[in-house]
Structure formats: C-alpha cells, structure tokens
Ligand binder design. Sequence first.
Ligand SMILES: [Zn+2]
Length: 273
Amino acid sequence: MLKINNHLLEGEKTAFITSPNKSGKFIQGLPDTLIIHFTAGPSALSAINTFTNPAYQVSAHLVVDYDGSVTQLVPFDEIAWHAGVSSWGGRTGFNKYSIGIEIVNPGNLTKVGNEYQAWYGTKYPAAKVIKAVNRNETKTRFWHIFSPDEIEKAMELCRLLTDTYNIKYILGHEEIAPQRKLDPGPAFPLNRLRDRILNGRKDNGNDGTLPVIGKVIATKLNIRELADTQSAKVAKALVNGTQVEIFDSKNGWYKVAVKVTGWVSGKYIEIEN
Ligand SMILES: [Zn+2]
C-alpha cells in the first residue's frame, strides 16, 4: 500500500530522485488540482532523465511506469514544471495549482504498414494500439494503450493524493492546454477516474480495474468467447449504439462487458472516454 510521509511517496515499487526543475512551495490551500499526462516517450528512464535535466526546464511530481512502479521527482508541497501555458476554470498557469502525474506512454502514433510508429521511431504492434478521437479534435488518431498496472496505479495515486491534500479537480493536460496538448488522450479513462475519485462513483462489479468505455458502431456485432471469428458466440449480437466496457485488447479485438463478457472485433467499436 502506498502512503505519503512528509510530502514524499512511500511504499512498494516507489523511488525518489530529486529534480532541480521546481520553483518553491505552493501557497496555503494549494495544490487543489491533479494533472494527468502521458510522457510521449519510450520509457520511464527517458522521462526521468528529461525531468531531472536542468537544460530542459520541465518536470513532474510523479512518473508511473508500465509495471506500476512510481518515481517521485518533486515533493508534493513544491511546484513542478509540467503544465506550461495553461488555463481552465478562470485560472491560468497550472503549475502553481497542481500536482503533475506523468504516465509512461508513447502517445499518438502513425500507421506504417502493419505497425504504428512513435515520433521517436519505435514501432508498436496493432495489439497495443486503439483508434480514437481526442476530446479536442474530430478526427481519429492511433494511440498506444495504457497497461492495466498503469491505470490501477494512477487511480491509487489520485485517491491517495485527494485524501491527503485539498484536491478538488482532476484534469488532463489536454483540458488545460487544449490548443497545444493531446495528453493523456482517449486511451486513458480520465472521465471515469475522476468520476470515481471525486464523485465516489463505482463501476459495476469491476473494482480495481478501470475499463475504457466504447460504443458499437456496426449494425450488429458478434460477441465471442475468444478473439477469433471461428470462436463460439456467447450471446446475441450487440446492436448499434450498445455501450460496452473494454477490459483488454488482442490482435485487433477488444474484451468487453455488457451483460456477458466476450470478444468483439475492435474495428466496430468507437472509444468514448
Ligand atoms: Zn502533458
């Protein structure tokens, strides 16, 4: 279990590496906001190197890795440099109001043949990718999925920070800098995370996981036992507009829950987070 002692995170799979990229303590009553980011990079190490290098003038309080391990770079009572030019709810410059949580993820990807390429050149397989629309845009893009450990850890951290500090808002970087930023993007279940933590809502019977929400866009969509067109159907075909919770992805299929659990072709699901 994670805890916070003297503004530092403690617990299994946590580390502290100090960053020089910070600007003193928050004023009384702050921080009151958590900002969620993706790193748009290949690894936690590359993010930590950037966020601790004085030449880059950027940082965050936390970096969450694929396996759920967390590195803190700035104590929670000090101002880190993750928000940049930003405004929301009548306030500007969110570094002075917020704790920044960076989650390791390549960000949006470009299709190259059968693979999906990040800006830094690495190619990822289709099984790691979803096609979805960012809340600030209207066109679809390809996005790398977040690991279940990352989503679970992000939720645990947001809950702990909300309980420890006077947190009123949980926002995506894309919401406070909509002209510049696309993170954490539609592969991250941001709406549901803040509903759960700030509004105390529970998802039906799936505590601990935070599924992405999708909608059936085919007229009828078969739901099968396995991610294979030859596999047995587990229920009547899903009809257009049916909302599903997506728990897993494999070879272009999503594992979804409606009243039953089964696999459907990802081509016919639109992500709704
Ligand atoms: Zn960001």
